[in-house]
Design a protein around this ligand. Structure first.
Ligand SMILES: NC(=O)c1ccc[n+]([C@@H]2O[C@H](COP(=O)([O-])OP(=O)(O)OC[C@H]3O[C@@H](n4cnc5c(N)ncnc54)[C@H](O)[C@@H]3O)[C@@H](O)[C@H]2O)c1
Ligand SMILES: [Zn+2]
Length: 357
């Protein structure tokens, strides 16, 4: 098993990564003093695949376990569903010491995390992420939120879990497009802070795509290590944590103009190449580095460009975003693979040129 600590003083916690960890959850929870009563929040898909086994295991280990199930999908990340969960928690007499286990992808992690942060001013939270994206990204860093109105993740808090249990075995059943979403964030991690890891991804792409457990364990571990280090230095996203948004400035605009029909990972992949392209045009990133990034993204099965007719709309969406943010559009640009910087000085017309190709 691989283990990491997110170093946050009194909010420090461990992340455990390996195959088969679901079955070992009971002893892990006991070790940090959680229980004997627990609530699992999950959805029908994940419950069918892993929830029942998790509950049975925990029951055998002496825990009393309730399971609350919300429907699958981003539409569930609302105050309304959170409200329903508060009521259900009350009905089963959940108390301030009753931990919530968030079993599922990022949607469940964000929603159950938000509920854990707010129910009775906060109950213990344990993330048990079952998508690659949730294992490398959303379960790390303590951001929990729901969507409200037309905005995503705009009602939320920072709330650190007590433990993250990432069972690599759960990634076997992940649909291909969800796996690709996670891979985009994995590539992002390497570009942000670990050049050697980027080389590892290049060298092991076939094994990654075949979902070999040992390789997946390695890539989750290395991605988490990068995010955990950044979060430990800037928990509440005031400065350094910005670098985790590599590829997301353009990525969000692409998601918006496609009405979220283009997957997050695909949008981020194109966004990362746009950022790299901008850096290259500014004379910062070498052509060879840009080519390597394009090759890896392509090899991972992610898109490398957007259709030309979309570019105008994307630029429009970024200008709109700029208005919301008060005139500045923040870009994370790679200097080289493994080294990025943040800038507010990118001219949108340069982004347009790069996207147009
Ligand atoms: N808190 C953060 O820092 C942070 C960071 C990035 C993303 N997010 C949020 O994460 C969410 C996206 O997360 P996601 O990509 O995991 O999507 P998701 O939670 O919707 O999961 C994707 C799909 O896979 C299914 N699924 C989950 N685990 C499975 C498994 N092991 N096998 C088969 N199917 C499985 C889910 O039921 C769902 O249908 C968004 O809401 C986003 O805002 C949060
Ligand atoms: Zn992302």
């Amino acid at each position: 098993m691989k283990k990491l600590t997110v170093d946050l003083g009194s909010r420090s916690h461990e992340i455990h990564i390996a195959c088969g960890l679901l079955a070992q959850s009971g002893p892990k929870l006991k070790e940090i003093g959680l229980g004997p009563k627990l609530v699992i929040i999950t959805n029908p898909v994940v419950k069918g695949l892993y929830g029942d086994a998790l509950r049975q295991g925990l029951t055998k280990d002496g825990f009393s376990v309730a399971v609350l199930e919300v429907a699958d999908g981003e539409e569930q990340k609302t105050l309304e569903t959170a409200g329903w969960l508060y009521t259900e928690l009350g009905n089963i007499y959940a108390e301030r010491q009753t931990p919530i286990l968030a079993l599922g992808g990022g949607v469940i992690g964000d929603l159950a995390g938000f509920v854990a942060a707010t129910y009775m001013r906060g109950v213990p939270l344990v993330h048990i992420p079952t998508t690659l994206l949730a294992q490398v990204d959303s379960s790390i860093g303590g951001k929990v939120a729901v969507n409200h109105g037309r905005l995503k993740n705009n009602i939320g808090v920072f709330y650190q879990p007590r433990l993250v249990i990432s069972d690599i075995g759960t990634l076997k059943t992940l649909p291909a497009k969800e796996f690709a979403n996670g891979l985009a964030e994995v590539i992002k991690s390497a570009v942000i802070g670990d050049r050697e890891f980027f080389g590892f991804l290049e060298a092991n792409l076939d094994r990654i795509k075949a979902r070999e457990e040992k390789v997946l364990e390695e890539i989750v571990f290395r991605s988490v290590r990068i995010k955990a280090e950044v979060v430990a230095k800037d928990e509440t996203d005031l400065s350094l944590r910005n670098i985790l948004n590599l590829g997301h400035t353009v990525g969000h605009a692409i998601e918006t103009v496609s009405d979220f029909r283009i997957e997050h990972g695909a949008a981020v992949a194109i966004g990362m190449l746009a950022a790299a392209g901008i850096s290259n045009r500014l004379g910062i990133l070498e052509q060879g580095e840009l080519d390597r990034l394009r090759k890896l993204i392509y090899g991972a099965g992610l898109p490398t460009e957007i259709s030309g007719r979309r570019v105008k709309e994307i630029i429009q969406a970024m200008r709109h975003d700029k208005k919301i943010k008060g005139g500045q559009l923040r870009f994370v640009l790679p200097r080289a693979i493994g080294d990025v910087f943040v800038t507010d000085e990118v001219d949108i017309s340069l982004a347009e040129q790069v996207l147009t190709g």
